[in-house]
Design a protein around this ligand. Structure first.
Ligand code: ADP
Length: 478
């Protein structure tokens, strides 16, 4: 049975369907998913506009209870949802279950946030008046997500949208619609009024484009590539809609001479290669000072040799497959680019065959690289990392900041002085000291600077900034 779109409380077919293929086993078709067209977006937006009043009329207790129930259902189903996630996206089963857990926790966080909506009451500068400042929902919002976190990213956009009183039209990534669909199935069973949450699966160039351009969509929250994000921002600006973008990264991990070697290697392995390197917070540039350089590289190579690349659902797998043939081709292309630029491919970067046919790639490590090479400037989005040797901390900081991106930046050091300086002078939106660049809490802001993010922060109570607009009211008591 194929999986349908969800519009105005009804499950409806799209014009066509698209198979959802397991990247660990390309003969395994998970299911066929509706492929909507631009014309499916209009009824979804109309339904979202109609549902604004009933959703808000429920009141904060009922809205909080609904979000809490969604969170509980996601947590209760985390084994099955995690399996679906690992099967459709290719991250390992423990990683996938962890992501589902995070999604459930996010809904529960925003369930409580519903009850914390507050305004301000101020005295006016004019005698006899007072002034209140309150927050109101934006209206129907469009949510466009990528394939790499197919349940956590939808959760961290849909939960705050609903918590602050908005309604939603959601377009997930073409490559991983399974978790999106499963999440909407749960939401549909938890008492959300018809039309408050709509799912339209389909292509970015049709469904996504129409959603961005629809005049009744008042805000667009997008995570994906820089090229698509920039085009969405330009389009949204031309009709004065609010926009929030999370895009790429080229995240540095600085390893200083005084680092604990094991911590440094573990941060590099986790940050660069877990989730197959397919995270916008992945550490792709490992910047290392001279005294620890050789020991670090040797130990990193040694630990990389023990990483098991295999089917995401198989016990003992550390690294699952790359998500599809296009991404695999891109990874292999960058590996060739690095070699042609003069970097030394120390280990990995080879396509692997496993029991099931999939897009397996051994984690790749370049050494002898410099920060001007394309492999150190462009986001690869695969299990590929470079080591950049620098003279000292000052050069490490300069190289870390010398990038078009600014999402996450890490440092491994025992020095309070360098750690504090790095926190202050790193140009990234998130700084990690002695922990991997990837892996963040769900209750605090997420986002970056420069080409990584645009608009206000996501997650935690900072999400309110995007999903609400401010009203200032003056009252004269008379
Ligand atoms: P990726 O390289 O991760 O696929 P994209 O930016 O292409 O990154 O895709 C991220 C999301 O944006 C996906 O859901 C995709 O369908 C959607 N998308 C792609 N092109 C457009 C577009 N022109 N307008 C709106 N959404 C789009």
């Amino acid at each position: 049975m194929s999986k349908l779109n969800f519009i105005d409380g009804q499950w409806v077919a799209g014009g066509t369907e698209r198979p959802n293929i397991n990247p660990s086993d390309i003969n395994d078709v998970i299911d066929n998913y509706a492929e909507g067209s631009a014309s499916d977006v209009d009824p979804a937006v109309d339904a979202a506009a109609q549902a604004l009043a009933p959703w808000q009329a429920l009141g904060i207790q009922a809205r909080s209870d609904i979000l809490d129930q969604i969170g509980n259902r996601v947590l209760a189903d985390k084994q099955a949802l995690g399996r679906l996630l690992a099967r459709e996206e290719g991250k390992t089963l423990p990683e996938a279950i962890g992501e589902v857990h995070r999604a459930g926790s996010i809904f529960k966080f925003f369930a409580a946030e519903v009850l914390r909506q507050r305004g301000e009451l101020l005295e006016s500068v004019r005698p006899g008046l007072d002034v209140s400042v309150t927050r109101e929902p934006l209206g129907p919002v469009g949510i466009i997500t990528p394939w790499n976190f197919p349940i956590a990213i939808p959760a961290w956009k849909i939960a705050p949208a609903l918590a602050y009183g908005n309604t939603v039209v959601f377009k997930p990534a073409e490559l991983a619609p399974g978790c999106a669909h499963a999440l909407i199935e749960i939401i549909a069973q938890c008492g959300v009024p018809a039309g408050a949450v709509n799912l339209v699966m389909g292509a970015g160039s049709t469904v996504g484009d129409r959603l961005v351009k629809h005049p009744d969509i008042r805000g667009i929250s997008f995570t994906g590539s820089v090229a698509t994000g920039s085009a969405i921002a330009a389009s949204a600006a031309s009709r004065l809609a609010k926009v929030q973008l999370e895009m790429g990264g080229k995240n540095p991990l600085v390893v200083l001479d005084d680092a604990d070697l094991e911590t440094a290697v573990d941060c590099a392995i986790n940050g660069a290669f877990f989730s197959t390197g397919q995270r916008c917070t992945a550490s792709s540039r490992i910047i290392v000072t001279p005294e620890i350089h050789d020991r670090f590289v040797e130990q990193l190579q040694h630990k990389m040799a023990a990483l098991v690349v295999d089917n995401a659902l198989k016990e003992g797998t550390h690294i699952g497959p790359v998500v599809d043939d296009r991404q695999l081709a891109q990874d292999l292309d960058y590996i060739a680019v690095g070699q042609s630029e003069g970097a030394t491919l120390l280990t990995g970067g080879e396509q692997l065959e496993r029991q099931t046919a999939g897009y397996y790639l051994s984690p790749a490590l370049f050494v002898d690289t410099d920060n001007h090479m394309r492999i150190n400037r462009e986001e690869i989005f695969g299990p590929v990392a470079s080591v950049i040797k620098v003279a000292d901390y000052d050069e490490a900081l300069a190289v870390a900041n010398d990038t078009d991106f600014g999402l996450s930046a890490g440092i491994v050091t025992r020095s309070l002085k360098y750690a504090s300086d790095f926190k202050a002078r790193s140009q990234a939106g998130m700084v990690m000291v002695n922990v991997p660049t990837a892996g963040v809490d769900y209750h605090v802001p997420f986002g970056g600077t420069k080409g990584s993010s645009y608009g206000s922060r996501e997650q935690g109570s900072y999400a309110r900034e995007f999903y609400t607009t401010v009203k200032t009211a003056y009252t004269f008591a008379g």
